[in-house]
Design a protein around this ligand. Structure first.
Ligand SMILES: [Zn+2]
Length: 229
């Protein structure tokens, strides 16, 4: 079900009537959109409280002069009899307050939209638990996922409970028999490692994390392993 147009919700929060029947009908059945309107109403009421504070004494000349300079209005020279324009000052603040309200509610809509719609869609292609081998401590474990994201395929490796390596930890794809393809070095608990386009995961279906001496080119000592499926 598509949710109501954020602009329509903003108008409702500002006290305008619903722009059409379908928005009205949708709100009756959708708790999510009703909560959006409620959140926006809170912002609007905050903005209105701020506006209620506008009936303050006129600002000192120095403040007004700064505002005047920034808005291109006529500044007040201190030696000239005061032509302080409280109405213009109030109008300026009122506009600023409305801008703040509109800006804030707009920001909420955008921020919520971003939270509900991930920027990059990911597709899980295969995965495996990584199981400790003899040389790894009892605490060692991990997972590996083949993920299609942003037009490329990566191996997302995540490990936990591993001791600090004497050299480094290297991730490999293995055909289970003779050939191992190095994918990259694990420098933290998790990493995305691009899988070269020519690598067929039906052949290279074993994920291996090995301890390597620095500079060691060949496969070192397996710590974790799993079969992608
Ligand atoms: Zn909805």
């Amino acid at each position: 079900m598509a949710h109501a147009d954020p602009d329509a919700l903003t108008l409702l929060a500002l006290g305008e009537p619903a722009p059409d029947r379908s928005t009205e009908d949708h709100l009756r059945t959708c708790a999510y959109c009703r909560s959006e309107v409620e959140a926006l109403r809170e912002v609007v009421s905050l903005g209105r409280e701020a506006r209620a504070e506008l009936d303050l004494p006129a600002p000192p000349d120095a403040v007004w002069n700064r505002i005047a300079a920034e808005t291109g209005q006529e500044a007040i020279a201190p030696v000239v009899p005061l032509r302080r324009p409280p109405r213009r000052w109030r109008a300026f603040l009122a506009v600023a307050a409305v801008a703040a309200v509109v800006g804030a509610s707009g920001a909420i809509v955008v921020e919520r939209a971003m939270r509900t719609a991930p920027a990059v869609t990911e597709q899980l292609v295969a995965q495996t638990d990584l199981v400790r081998l003899g040389t790894a401590p009892d605490t060692a474990r991990g997972t590996a996922q083949v993920v299609r994201t942003d037009g490329r395929t990566v191996l997302r490796v995540s490990v936990d409970g591993m001791p600090a390596p004497e050299g480094l930890y290297q991730v490999w794809l293995y055909d289970g028999a003779a050939v191992m393809i190095p994918l990259g070095v694990l420098t933290g608990g998790q990493a995305d490692m691009p899988i070269p386009a020519g690598v067929d995961l039906r052949t290279f279906g074993v994920v291996d994390v090995s301890a390597q001496r620095l500079g060691q080119q060949e496969h070192g000592v397996s710590m974790l392993q799993g079969n992608l499926s």
